[in-house]
Design a protein. Structure first.
Length: 70
């Protein structure tokens, strides 16, 4: 996910994080097979995604572990 530029939509294929973080991400709508849109991807601000109509900020470290396809 960290390599996807703002404005692109992708589909999550894997959450390569621990069980506690998987649970937290799922509670926010970030889950496998979910389509999301990257709203902001730069290191000068939060990494923002749009999930099911909601804007969610993710830590840059987490974005390296969310695997997606275009």
């Amino acid at each position: 996910l960290s390599m996807i530029p703002a404005g692109e939509k992708v589909k999550i294929v894997e959450l390569a994080v621990g069980a506690a973080l998987v649970h937290r991400l799922r509670s926010m709508g970030v889950k496998v097979n979910q389509e999301i849109e990257v709203l902001n991807n730069n290191f000068h601000g939060p990494f923002l995604v749009k999930v099911q109509g909601s804007r969610i900020a993710l830590g840059h470290g987490v974005t390296h572990r969310v695997l997606v396809v275009r």
